[in-house]
Design a protein around this ligand. Structure first.
Ligand code: ADP
Ligand code: MG
Length: 491
């Protein structure tokens, strides 16, 4: 069993401890309106075969024309991963026969990828960090899609995806546990979404991972790996590694050897199955694509790419901690997703940076709580940042107590009205009118004489009871500070 509590993940086999080694090849669909070598649309969910140009269908004599936007996105991604950008890169043909690949080859970059070595910093567990190396990023075309469930005896082919640009982001074999691999995929996804080079939508297949797993005795050289193809969620990546690592340990301890092969993950059974072994692996006969010139990037293009990069999640998190004084945890949560950070910064522009802590608390507890209940994402929030700021302002200036502000927030969620208008129309203002509060306290004490006696005899805990009764009698509208003060006096 794995020792999940320790930062070192070990599988305890019958003959001793094993370590897991993981490297990921992530395919990320480039955010671009057109395909890598044609002008056909890349919109998701269109009628099958409605977005296929003559190039994508591989009609004889058609020539690919490189889409500059895809190149720009790959370079920006490389820069965000602190990677070396290769000024010279080239496209190669990867030859294989399959019904969803009308050209008979995929255009990819084997020998000269557009992006070289880089790194991703991941954080997991109790704030432990680790750097995962990036080996390379190359641009390539996606294939079409087979539809096997449309007809009892025929398979159909949908070429809408054929020719769509993918970035293949290859990590070094630097990860040592399912948790680290999960943190890596999440961090990569977050960075791509900040950069805007991939929407990171794993359910729609915009991002998927080939997961390479091997096991070894701690300190020994790497073992033989298996590659689990096309895993499409963080949870499945982790489950696939867990299963595969244990399978390999059992296999080796039972006297067998791991053979390098391609496997599939079955999410229903939570296990991996052999797809093809290395002997059956294709010989792709790679060679430079004669239809495409090598790609050379100049300074102006690279500068333009760099200038277009936004503040990235790690830098943003540090700024929230250092300049806004937020805790590491709060800053991490607020910067993990680009939409959350955007919403928070919009909120902050209304409430002012001096109230960053209050704004963060409200967003992370009240707003997140409500969105969770409603099953909505932050971009679907029924309350706008300006309205949220107005609500926070009403608490800051004493118009609303904490309790009242929660009531007002509920009404905002339901009606979409502005908080000030709700307070005005429903008379929800908090009162600090000492005369009124004193009268209520007197009647509460009158009705609970036994408890007053107990309190005075030393049962301090009853103070909370009197606060509660007074607030209740005033419909939650009394200023809690004033209630406390007056109660102390009266008791
Ligand atoms: P290939 O050239 O056969 O595709 P690569 O060296 O490019 O192999 O590696 C492909 C992926 O497999 C990379 O993500 C790499 O980190 C990972 N990998 C390589 N060796 C191992 C290993 N022994 N165990 C786990 N992952 C590995
Ligand atoms: Mg590879």
């Amino acid at each position: 069993m794995a020792d999940a509590a320790a930062s070192i993940y070990r599988i305890q086999g019958a003959t001793g401890a094993w370590e897991v080694v993981i490297g990921l090849e992530v395919h990320a669909q480039v955010t671009s309106r057109a395909k890598l070598f044609s002008g056909a649309s890349t919109e998701f969910g269109a009628e099958p075969n409605s977005q296929v140009s003559l190039v994508d269908a591989a009609m004889p004599g058609m020539l690919p024309v490189l889409n500059g936007e895809c190149v720009r996105q790959a370079v920006r991604t490389g820069m965000a991963l602190e990677a070396r950008i290769n000024r010279f890169s080239r496209f190669d043909r990867k030859n294989y026969f399959y019904a969803d690949l009308p050209q008979g080859y995929q255009i990819s970059q084997l020998y000269h990828p557009i992006v070289g070595e880089g790194e991703v910093t991941i954080e997991y567990g109790d704030g432990e960090t680790k750097s995962v190396g990036i080996e390379r990023i190359h641009l390539e075309q996606d294939a079409g899609k087979m539809l096997h469930d449309q007809h009892p005896s025929f398979s159909y082919v949908d070429l809408n995806r054929s020719g769509v640009a993918l970035m293949e982001i290859v990590s070094k074999p630097d990860m040592r546990s399912p948790e680290e691999a999960g943190a890596y995929v999440r961090k990569l996804r977050s960075i791509l979404r900040y950069v805007g080079s991939c929407d990171g939508n794993m359910e729609q297949g915009s991002m998927r991972a080939d997961v390479n797993v091997s096991v070894r005795r701690p300190g020994e050289p790497f073992g033989t790996r298996c590659e689990i193809k096309n895993v499409n969620s963080v949870r499945f990546v982790q489950a696939a590694i867990e299963y595969e690592a244990n399978r390999q340990v059992d296999l080796i301890e039972g006297g067998g050897t791991v053979v390098q092969e391609t496997r599939l993950f079955d999410p229903d059974k939570c296990e991996t199955r052999s797809l093809r072994s290395k002997e059956e692996a294709h010989d792709y006969r790679y060679f430079p694509d004669p239809d495409l010139l090598p790609l050379e990037l100049d300074d102006a293009f690279l500068e333009d790419c760099r200038a277009s990069l936004p503040e990235l999640p790690d830098a943003k998190r540090r700024r929230y901690e250092e300049r806004l004084g937020l805790s590491h945890y709060n800053a991490s949560v607020l910067t993990a997703e680009v939409e959350t950070a955007r919403w928070f910064e919009d909120l902050l522009s209304h409430v002012g940076e001096q109230h960053a802590q209050r704004a963060a608390n409200w967003l992370m507890s009240d707003l997140f709580g409500a969105l969770n209940r409603l099953g909505k994402s932050i971009v679907e929030s029924p309350v706008s940042p300006r309205q949220g700021a107005e609500l926070i302002g009403l608490v800051t200036d004493g118009t609303l107590s904490g309790t009242l502000s929660k009531q007002v927030f509920e009404i905002m969620l339901e009606t979409g009205e502005d908080p000030a208008a709700i307070v005005e129309a429903r008379g929800l203002k908090q009162t600090s009118d000492t005369g009124e509060i004193e009268r209520v306290i007197a009647s509460v004490m009158e009705a609970n004489q036994d408890k007053v006696a107990e309190y005075r005899a030393g049962k301090d805990k009853l103070f909370g009871f009197f606060v509660g009764q007074t607030m209740k009698a005033m419909g939650g509208k009394a200023n809690p500070g004033v209630v406390n003060e007056l109660l102390k006096k009266a008791l």
